[in-house]
Design a binder for this molecule. Structure first.
Ligand code: NAD
Ligand code: MG
Length: 384
């Protein structure tokens, strides 16, 4: 029987690649739920091609257009932010692919877990914001939470078959982004379009900017802490510009396992959807006969201060990662609209972390409040 996939965020970079995997494996997967924020054109196109049970267009002003375009089909059409939650609670799917970007993905993902649905999780921000609550919910409902982020997929794959063997540490690899080796006097002048060009991956706008500032790697350290139950000092970041080793696990006997391959997000997406199986594909292969050097260096946290802010939040815990994430979402949004400069993003995150009251053990409600307060404060810095 084919696995019925609910793609939350189907119009994004991860979502569209997941649909490519589904299209290539029609006997194994079907797309039963598709959701989009504002891109109704693409959502309609996807719905006509994949004939899902339900689609959600979050932007309610687009509802009539989607409804009309799908009138001749039996696809159910819902609209609005709340509909995401309602659809997450539906019975019509077997696996949620959490591919919404940012905090907005938190509620529907928690709902899916509440209804005992396995979740393939691309949306790292929700683990940064409320990782303890997300992991606890998955544990309580005994449902798997399968990483999609390439580094975390790599670690997950290295851990298959290891049973209770302890992790000594993990080595998260980082490409270094488009500005590897650059200094603040260069970064201060960086513009949006330049920052959006990633050397190895083609991704959504937000994660592309996060990769350029190295905030992405900081978010991934926090993501790894929750997914693999690690202490902060068990998480090491190494810059590996070729992006062939996707991350590594070092065990207690000193043995290190790495997961490798050409950088292509379809691989971890497909792995998460098919887990525990591997399925064949025709993607290009990494070839050791080709002349190539794999290099490793320490990240420059003095220049890319977003990474050190994330490390601070990782060590502090409580609501600090939630504050970091909220301020960063506002900062990236402002940078993408040319409202602030590249280095202002760091300043905004740092000031917000200094401002918002620390809570050591927040409830879900307190995470929601923290997120709102941090967003408001960060936004108030833009006007100045
Ligand atoms: P994207 O911007 O390309 O797509 C985001 C998707 O989320 C779209 O379908 C959009 O409609 C939806 N969305 C955006 N805001 C929303 C809102 N407020 N409410 C509901 N839906 C909303 O992003 P992406 O690059 O596909 O990334 C998605 C997630 O996966 C992110 O958390 C990112 O960090 C993670 N991720 C992405 C990649 C990648 O290669 N793109 C790699 C690893 C992890
Ligand atoms: Mg990643």
């Amino acid at each position: 029987m084919s696995k019925r996939i609910a793609i939350f965020g189907s119009t994004g970079s991860i979502g569209t690649q997941a649909l490519q995997v589904i299209a290539a494996n029609p006997d194994k997967f079907s797309a039963e739920v598709l959701t989009a924020h504002t891109n109704e054109e693409l959502l309609i196109k996807q719905a006509l091609q994949f004939n899902p049970n339900v689609v959600v267009i979050v932007d309610e002003t687009k509802y009539a257009k989607v409804k009309e375009a799908l009138a001749a089909t039996d696809v159910k059409v819902f609209a609005g932010q709340k509909a995401l939650d309602e659809v997450a609670a539906m019975d019509c799917y077997d696996l949620m692919l959490a591919a919404i970007v940012g905090y907005a993905g938190l509620r529907p993902t928690l709902t899916a877990l509440e209804f005992s649905k396995p979740v393939a999780i691309a949306n790292k921000e929700i683990l940064v914001v409320a990782g303890d609550i997300v992991m606890q919910k998955a544990m309580e409902k005994r449902v798997p939470l399968i990483p999609v982020d390439s580094e975390h997929s790599a670690i997950f794959q290295c851990l298959v078959g290891e049973g209770r063997n302890k992790i000594e540490k993990i080595i998260l690899t980082a490409s270094g982004g488009p500005f590897l080796g650059k200094k603040p006097n260069f970064l201060v002048n960086v513009k949006r379009d330049h920052a959006l060009q990633h050397p190895n991956w083609s991704m959504g706008a937000k994660i592309s900017i996060d990769s350029a500032t190295l905030m992405n790697k900081g978010l991934e350290m926090i993501e790894a802490k929750w997914l693999f139950n690690l202490q902060p000092d068990q998480i090491q970041v190494m810059v590996h510009p070729q992006s062939i080793i996707h991350s590594m696990v070092q065990f207690e006997d000193g043995s290190i396992k790495a997961q490798m391959g050409l950088p292509d997000m379809k691989l971890p997406i497909q792995y998460a959807m098919a887990f525990p199986n591997r399925i064949p594909n025709k993607f290009p292969r990494w070839d050791f006969r080709r002349p190539a050097t794999l290099t490793f260096e320490e990240p420059d946290v003095k220049t890319f201060r977003n990474l050190s802010l994330a490390i601070t939040a990782l060590h502090k815990g409580g609501n600090m990662p939630c504050v970091l994430n909220a301020a960063n979402e506002i900062a990236v949004f402002a940078f993408l609209r040319n409202r602030i400069g590249f280095l202002d993003m760091t300043e905004m995150v740092e000031r917000t972390m200094d401002k918002i009251p620390f809570i050591a053990h927040p409830t879900l409600e307190e995470y929601y409040e923290t997120d709102g307060e941090a967003r408001n404060f960060a936004a108030s810095l833009i006007q100045m």
